[in-house]
Design a protein around this ligand. Structure first.
Ligand code: FES
Length: 349
């Protein structure tokens, strides 16, 4: 099999990419932790620079790269396959390097409908097994036909062997239809975790944080906030949570309580289509507009965003225009539409 050498000049690390393998897949396989989130070319987390060598994109076009970025040597490393040896410039993420990614079974122990289209499920790992992860990371549910479905972990690492997921129903069936209609308590799922490089940065000096979530994009932010609270981390934190109306903010009361009980936490609900009963419950408009209304100057903040790509893109562009530091914007972008069918792997009697 043909192999290519890739050298990252940011760290001096070199690794080998097999023919037909993406740069990101090869890097992760060899313990080189490049940043990533969606792994399907839409979020832009894995952007790097090509200093020499050529790549191609055989599966998906590099959606998250603009023409200008390509012209300036940008590459989307989750999709890019080398055509020759490469020299790249890419950030590496130390914090997740030593956390082992594992496959494991987990049993569904609770299924709760939070709104008409959001289900909370809690799953339990086998006896004596713990999942080590950083708050904000995600897991994948493995499907027998080889497909996978990614979900952010909504519980904090302190919750030990119980993992919480928030699953939004996607029209058209597929995996989420199966979760809503067929998945039962006591069913067994097979997981791979932890994945992704979305987590709270603790570099000094620590900066106040703005967290912005859209819909079930709240899940990893919930994990992060619970983890910060468990560590008595009192950095100022303002959570903005956006949805069409208040009933879609499925843990609104919990977040109000966090803000009430902790002076360093503020909360703003942003409602794009509020109902009359929602009056006075928050900002009316898009969630990134709510952030800008309160923080017209963003250069002092670390910004964490989680939600659909359109929300992330709008937020990122607007925040950069308002002084946000590019390297201090962290995001987890997920596409609700990427849905695959699944079957029950095992159902105990
Ligand atoms: Fe590569 Fe999302 S675009 S990880």
């Amino acid at each position: 099999m043909k192999q290519f050498q890739v050298k990252n000049i940011t760290s001096g690390v070199s690794f080998t990419v097999n023919e037909g393998e993406s740069v990101l897949t090869a890097a992760l396989r060899q313990g080189v932790m490049l940043p990533y989130s969606c792994k399907n070319g839409t979020c832009g987390s894995c952007k790097g620079k090509l200093k020499s060598g050529e790549v191609h994109y055989p599966f998906h076009p590099p959606i998250a790269l603009s023409r200008e970025e390509i012209a300036e040597g940008g590459a989307l490393l989750c999709q890019a396959e080398p055509m020759e040896d490469l020299v790249i410039r890419a950030r590496e993420i130390e914090a997740v390097r030593d956390i082992q990614v594992r496959k494991m079974p987990a049993r569904v122990i609770e299924k709760t409908l939070m709104t008409a289209d959001v289900m909370r499920i809690r799953i339990k790992l086998p006896e004596a097994q713990r999942l080590q992860f950083l708050a904000g990371q995600y897991l994948e549910i493995l499907v027998p036909d080889g497909k996978r479905r990614a979900f952010s972990i909504a519980s904090a690492p302190q919750s030990e062997d119980i993992i919480e997921l928030h699953i939004r129903h996607v029209d058209g069936g597929g995996f989420t239809g199966w979760v809503f209609d067929e998945l039962k308590e006591r069913d067994i799922l097979r997981l791979e975790a932890p994945l992704g490089t979305f987590f709270v940065r603790n570099d000094e000096p620590q900066r106040p944080m703005i967290m912005m979530g859209g819909g079930t994009g709240f899940a990893p932010l919930k994990s992060m906030i619970e983890d910060l609270l468990a560590h008595n981390d009192n950095r100022p934190l303002h959570l903005f949570w956006g949805a069409k109306n208040l009933s879609e903010l499925y843990m609104h009361e919990t977040v109000l309580q966090w803000a009430e009980q902790n002076d360093h936490i503020q909360y703003t609900a942003a409602l794009s289509e509020p109902r009359s009963a929602d009056e006075d419950s928050g900002f009316t408009g898009l969630v990134h507009e709510a952030v800008l209304q309160q923080y017209p100057e963003l250069s002092d903040f670390d910004i964490y965003m989680s939600g659909p790509p359109a929300m992330i893109d709008a937020g990122r562009a607007a925040f950069l225009e308002n002084g946000a530091v590019k390297q201090r914007i962290f995001f987890d972008s997920f596409e609700f539409g990427l849905d695959v069918p699944i079957r029950v792997l095992a159902r105990p009697h």
